[in-house]
Design a protein around this ligand. Structure first.
Ligand SMILES: [Zn+2]
Length: 232
């Protein structure tokens, strides 16, 4: 058994174990630990096993979807924003533009387009805040500024291009602020180091203000739930 490994494209880290009697490779979800257990016959190399596991992302997502119920953006439903429950409410008398007041996110307009209006608002609010939070960190640290956008890239929370363009998953709006701050610190650190080497890790911790380990684990545990918001 080895230290769990994060593989690109998989939402949970992989714990690899060689099994003398295993006939073929097998992947299983360990829900309580937030891990994927990869069982490997002795004759299969570690490299081949990890390559195989990295290709199972669709299967993994489908399994996680079965564990985590879909949370459609319906009136009466609650979703997290900043890690706290917010009630979604359609209100005939309210304006069409959603408003967040006292942990109620409400809007009016045609009821059958309620989910669309809320989804648009969430994405725009995520963009606004992530731009703001990224700018604030960049200004404080003296790191070069650059474009920031949001999307809904499958399993990634953020990415940074060689030119310094940062793209976040809008679902970070749903996560507690200290978890979002970790992803912001991670991507801003990539503006200086386009790798995950020791220099990168030191800068990431400096930008975050402390070790990011706890926030990373929290995001990993929360991830499947956040990814179900707005689906179904
Ligand atoms: Zn990275």
């Amino acid at each position: 058994m080895s230290e769990p490994l994060a593989l690109a494209g998989l939402p949970w880290p992989v714990e690899l174990r060689t099994h003398p009697r295993a006939r073929r490779m097998r992947l299983a979800l360990d829900e309580s630990r937030g891990l994927l257990r990869l069982t490997v016959p002795r004759r299969v190399s570690r490299r081949a096993a990890l390559d195989w596991a990295a290709q199972q992302s669709e299967w993994v997502e489908a399994q996680l979807a079965r564990i985590e119920p879909a949370r459609p953006l319906a009136s009466g439903a609650t979703i997290p924003i900043d890690g706290e429950d917010v009630l979604l409410q359609w209100d005939d008398a309210a304006p069409r533009t959603p408003q967040l007041v006292d942990r109620v996110l409400s809007c009016g307009g045609p009821a059958d387009r309620f989910a669309d209006r809320i989804a648009r608002w969430l994405r725009e609010e995520a963009r606004r805040r992530l731009v703001e939070e990224t700018r604030a960190l960049v200004a404080k640290s003296g790191i070069a500024d650059g474009p920031v956008s949001v999307g809904d890239a499958g399993t990634r929370w953020g990415s940074c291009s060689a030119s310094g363009a940062i793209r976040y998953n809008w679902r970070l709006l749903l996560a507690p602020p200290h978890v979002r701050a970790y992803v912001v610190a991670h991507e801003v650190a990539h503006r200086v180091h386009l790798n995950h080497g020791p220099g990168f890790h030191a800068l990431q911790a400096k930008l975050y203000g402390r070790d990011v380990g706890d926030a990373r684990l929290e995001l990993r545990a929360l991830g499947p739930r956040l990814k179900r918001v707005g689906r179904g």
